[in-house]
Design a protein around this ligand. Sequence first.
Ligand SMILES: Cc1ncc(COP(=O)(O)O)c(C=O)c1O
Length: 429
Amino acid sequence: MLQRRNFLIGGLLTTAMAASMRPALAAESVALPALDQAKLASDAGFWSAVRDLYDVDRSIANLENGYWGIMARPVLEAYVENIQRVNRQNTVYARKSFDADFAGVRARVAAALGVAPEEIALTRGATEALQTLIAGYNKLKPGDTVLYADLDYDSMQYAMGMLENRRGVAVKTFAIPEPATRDNVLETYRKVLEETPNARLLLLTHLSHRTGLVMPVREITAMARAKGVDIILDAAHSWGQLPLDISDLNVDFAGFNLHKWIGAPVGLGFLYIRKGRLADIDTHMGDKDWPADDIRSRIHTGTLNFAAALTIPAAIELHEKIGVAAKNARVNHLRNYWVERVAGLDTIQVLTPNDPAMHAGITSFRIKGKTSKDDNTAIVTRLRDEFKVLTVRRAGVAAGQCIRISPAVYTTEPELDRLIAALTAVAAS
Ligand SMILES: Cc1ncc(COP(=O)(O)O)c(C=O)c1O
């Protein structure tokens, strides 16, 4: 009797939860006008409809969207709804249904990237994903060398540096030439691989957060493979900003986030380990929740932001609705808009080449000779306070510090006009 009663209550609860936990996917109902394929970047009606999906503080021209991306309103609404439902149902939800929902989220991310769900594990961002891959890569032995460049991300550089003590390897660093071209970048990697016969692992950033440079990953991977060097790819800024086919890039290990260019809530990412390579990354902190042949044993995060994770499908839905080719065309267009208009200012050095294969939306500049932290902080401050243009100083580039401009799909041309006017004044002073 008691058992039957529990069964009935359980059944009712499950039915009620199934109805209430239906993932909020307001993005599904977003209607965008048809995009003129001949005007991917400049179809005014389409891009104005996209911009209208975002609530943006326009009191300043925000050209610092590389940090993280604003969620579109339908994604934000889904997030709020998920927070409310998860909070209301508390452990009833977390204990009973979250695992299955989380598996569905993982499958959705994998499908969007074009990989198997078994090849990815969700993390709290690219840092967690990449640090876990770097620290867990277990094929190194004393006497081996690991490599990274000046343009790679600071915390991944630190993790590569840590391998010296942890694995007894040598750490070799090198600088990407400036100005960069496809040929001199390839030559730099060719040379460092040639000169380092003991190299076993290379950190490679697909799209640099310092200058916006997009690396010829496929070619570098081919060179590295030929020398028995594995690559860990930092894709924090690439997926979403540009189309990415991981099997075409031919990398076995990569880290991503979802809160920059995919537009999911902050604090989400994932790691990718190609099928057949799992054994080369240690289980995370001795994990025993998952078997060693399950990639989920490679990251043990603890209690997650359930609602944020549940919102990933809504973000991907909208991302795919706008389309990555269109997003890429639009951010390239916004980048070219300001770069073309400052090209005549001879004190401005633009740090990514105009080669369309070597940039997306992010591009940094430097005022000739202004390479210090103080110089660049002063310019960023002036742009912000005098011209109401938000940018960010970037350090770590071998040739000197610089200033990064990162527009997003919700950036307007008049906001870029403000940047152009500001740079014209700064360049002249
Ligand atoms: C190139 C690069 N790698 C990694 C990261 C870290 O990403 P996350 O914030 O998801 O940890 C960033 C963040 O700005 C980045 O620009």
